[in-house]
Design a protein around this ligand. Structure first.
Ligand code: SF4
Ligand code: SF4
Length: 369
């Protein structure tokens, strides 16, 4: 794996106000009343109701973890003589606690939201508070999501897998932050429904993978098939560097996510400058309009993850082909050609799992206007 920066900072980076985040905007009417009504109404799917904040808070395990995301610091601080050794220990601890990938970077203030603005903040009346996060380091955690379940996208099954991913990656963040506080240093866990930071740029800075065409991270072992959380802290740690695994080079040739996106939210052209960063700009509003297009069949979508050639299971021939992609454009073309032959240019969503038999092709479902 080469070290390298494939997402360039080309101008001043502004901090992002969490109140403008698309999940929030959809919930408070910023994308129209019809989207708001569908986005906030109770889902007919019980998995959705246990993974996301709905009416019965005590049936959503992740909600209670908000209370333990930060906490008391052991006054007997363990001295750190060697940040390299401590970083290795923290990575091992993160994996022991449930993460599949762990990386460390200095916390870039541009990756910290300027003001609170999650949907839950609006419900509690705490939206709009200035975020002050003095921590120096960020520890990025990722967990793998199940390939088979994601192939059902868009439908209840991949929606459940994504919800489970949020839950699974919240756990090691909460536990690792507590572990660091027991070493005598401040630490806060950031996870879905409790974050002050943007996980993707932190994961890129921490060397977990590269920022891809579909706006998320591509990791070497799992492609974009991961969920992320972050721990911020002042524990002295050696940091990792951004990596070049061949993912952005693949995105420059491949457009499979854009061609398969049911709302045409992913660009087929080149990168643009967004808040000082050169990247592909996904149209988040188009995306969320599709998420609420058919509440009888799905609550969100992961089609761009499911169809990505980097998403295939972490078996030897997949590892071989993605490793080769880091070395040459010819290898990338072979990877894409083989993926088209094995899975098709337009892989079909699969259905039938537990009691779910609906879902499937989004062709007849149009984004909400
Ligand atoms: S599907 Fe292709 S273009 Fe899209 S993220 Fe994956 S590799 Fe990049
Ligand atoms: S989640 Fe679905 S609608 Fe949104 S960008 Fe990905 S494929 Fe398109």
């Amino acid at each position: 794996m080469r070290k390298g920066i494939t997402t360039r900072i080309v101008g001043p980076q502004e901090r992002f106000d969490q109140r403008n985040q698309m999940h929030t905007q959809a919930a408070i009417g910023g994308v129209g009343e019809k989207v708001k009504e569908r986005w906030t109404k109770e889902s007919i799917d019980p998995f959705r109701r246990i993974f996301y904040p709905e009416k019965r808070a005590k049936n959503v395990p992740m909600r209670s973890w908000r209370d333990v995301a930060d906490g008391p610091i052991n006054p007997e601080r363990m001295p750190v003589d060697d940040p390299e050794t401590m970083a290795a220990r923290i990575k091992e601890a993160g994996k022991f606690l449930g993460a599949d990938l762990v990386g460390i970077c200095e916390l870039n203030l541009a990756s910290v939201y300027s003001h609170t603005g999650l949907r839950i903040d609006f419900a509690k009346g705490t939206a709009g508070e200035e975020i002050k996060l003095p921590h120096r380091y960020a520890i990025s955690l990722a967990v793998e999501m199940n390939y088979k379940h994601l192939r059902y996208s868009p439908g209840w099954i991949d929606n459940a897998e994504v919800g489970l991913g949020y839950l699974n990656v919240a756990k090691p963040a909460v536990a690792l932050a507590a572990y660091i506080r027991e070493l005598g240093y401040p630490a806060r866990a950031h996870f879905f429904i409790n974050e002050w930071v943007l996980h993707v740029p932190i994961a890129v800075d921490a060397g977990l993978g590269e920022l891809s065409r579909n706006g998320i991270i591509i990791t070497a072992p799992f492609g974009p098939r991961v969920r992320l959380s972050t721990v911020t802290t002042d524990l002295p740690l050696a940091v990792d560097s951004p990596v070049d695994i061949g993912a952005v080079s693949t995105c420059e040739i491949c457009k499979k996510c854009a061609e398969n996106c049911p709302s045409q939210a992913i660009p087929r052209g080149g990168k643009e400058i967004v808040r000082g960063v050169e990247k592909w700009k996904v149209d988040a509003e188009r995306c969320i309009r599709f998420w609420v297009a058919n509440p009888n069949r799905w609550n969100d979508c992961a089609r761009c993850i499911a169809v990505c050639p980097w998403s295939r299971p972490n078996v030897w021939y997949h590892r071989f082909s993605t490793k080769a992609a880091a070395r040459s454009r010819a290898a990338i073309k072979i990877l894409l050609w083989v993926d088209d032959i094995i899975r098709g240019k337009r892989p079909k969503p699969v259905i039938k799992w537990l009691e779910y038999t609906e879902g499937g092709s989004p062709i007849s479902d149009k984004p909400v206007e």
